[in-house]
Design a protein around this ligand. Structure first.
Ligand SMILES: Cc1cc2nc3c(=O)[nH]c(=O)nc-3n(C[C@H](O)[C@H](O)[C@H](O)COP(=O)(O)O)c2cc1C
Length: 401
């Protein structure tokens, strides 16, 4: 994803949570500079942020020796977004009134990009009309507010005022960053996970897909700057951050969602393990063992990938072939049958890779004739390599749409 963030930390007890936030943003490929208020340094030593961010932490512009350096105006040219977390009642009041009496409030006035505020304070402070009026003013001027949560506060009062979870703040911020990276400008759809085909109200037919490969692809594509939609069946892993997720259960549900989502995207990676067969009939209640054995009639599920590859407004299409053995001819035949531009072949008979595993080893075969083996590695790394292997073709296809 990437992006340049100024993280402002003001003097609330939740200042220590800003350390975790900084780490989350770094994992998402963002660059950070930190500005703390003098009071925030009473909770967290600026050295913590300096070491983790790899840059000096600004507390007071007037402390710096009189030499040219990055000042608030230069920093404003650099930054995409200012996040203040935690935001005290005091800094909210100052921002709403245009007061610039320390490094953070001065920077906030000079800042030109997006402003995100994550307030945290005691419930009674939070409810004060003055605090709410400051927030309202800032919202009206375009700031995004990530509201605090309810719960037990550090002061042992119970109620609203606790800083929102760092993951929620990070999601809000990442969604607001301008796209950066080699895939910026591309809309990529990724499918992941198994489908469930119901037998009765409680039972279903499914498969061992965890969704991990598709989730890793969606995350890697977002980290490389693409706008990503993840269409997924029931996942055994957490969905990625900064990605729009659409959840479905059955192959039919996935087919309907594809009809809707494919025209919006330049590229589709169909990594979901969609059922090949489904029960012809679904029992309305719960099948009863006492009724003895019965015959289960299955019908083939329509080929969703072929419908995408041979349909109108066809995206650049990558399909996945999980084969019992490194059968390149079978994979190529599958690619052609589905009208795809590339196929990712993985050998599900090999130990420790593929379905339910954390690792994978694949070969990307392209309709254009080239092939790229990707050696065994964590699925996150394999995902990035797959994307880079097809990035040139994806960008050309995206530009032509
Ligand atoms: C132990 C302690 C915890 C505090 N926690 C908060 C808080 O969570 N939220 C808040 O708005 N103010 C809190 N304050 C009050 C602020 O530190 C105070 O208003 C200060 O002037 C804020 O300055 P700053 O906004 O420049 O950091 C706390 C004060 C103390 C002593």
């Amino acid at each position: 994803m990437g992006g340049r963030i100024v993280l402002g930390v003001s003097g609330g007890i939740a200042a220590y949570k800003a350390v975790e936030l900084l780490r989350i943003f770094q994992r998402r490929g963002c660059e950070l500079r930190v500005i703390m208020t003098r009071h925030a340094t009473g909770f967290v030593n600026p050295r913590t942020f300096a070491v983790l961010s790899g840059h000096p932490v600004e507390v007071d512009q007037w402390d710096r020796p009189a030499e040219p350096g990055i000042d608030h105006v230069d920093l404003a040219r650099w930054a995409d977004l200012l996040l203040i977390a935690p935001a005290t009642a005091n800094i909210l009041g100052k921002l709403a009134s245009g007061i610039a009496d320390d490094a953070l409030s001065t920077y906030a006035l000079a800042h030109r990009g997006t402003l995100v505020l994550a307030p945290a304070m005691n419930t009674f402070m939070w409810r004060k009309p003055a605090v709410q009026a400051s927030l309202e003013t800032l919202r009206e001027r375009g700031a995004t507010v990530v509201p605090p949560e309810s719960g037990q506060l550090a002061c042992r009062d119970e109620g609203e005022g606790r800083l929102a979870a760092p993951e929620s703040i990070a999601d809000a911020v990442l969604g607001l960053l301008p796209p950066r990276g080699p895939l910026a400008g591309l809309n990529i759809l990724v499918t992941a996970g198994p489908t469930r085909e119901p037998l009765d109200r409680v039972r279903f037919l499914s498969n061992r897909s965890s969704g991990r490969m598709g989730v890793a692809l969606a995350q890697a594509a977002a980290d490389l700057g693409a706008r990503v939609t993840l269409l997924h069946g029931p996942l055994a892993v957490a969905p990625p951050a900064g990605v729009r997720c659409v959840a479905v259960e059955t192959a039919a549900g996935m087919g309907e969602a594809l009809d809707r989502l494919v025209p919006e995207n330049d590229v589709a990676f169909l990594a979901a393990a969609v059922a090949d067969f489904r029960p012809v009939e679904r029992a309305s209640g719960k099948l009863d063992r006492r009724e003895g054995s019965f015959e289960l009639e299955l019908e083939p599920v329509p080929d969703l990938a072929a419908a995408v590859g041979n349909g109108p407004r066809r995206p650049y299409l990558v399909v996945f072939a999980a084969e019992a053995g490194p059968d390149r001819q079978r994979a190529l035949a599958k690619m052609r049958a589905k009208g795809a531009d590339a196929v990712v072949l993985n050998d599900i008979s090999a130990e420790g890779i593929g379905m339910e595993s954390a690792e994978n080893e694949v070969t990307v075969l392209a309709a254009a004739g080239w092939e790229r083996p990707i050696e065994r590695a964590a699925k996150e790394i394999v995902a990035r390599e797959i994307l880079l292997a097809v990035s040139g073709e994806m960008l050309v296809a995206g530009a032509g749409r």
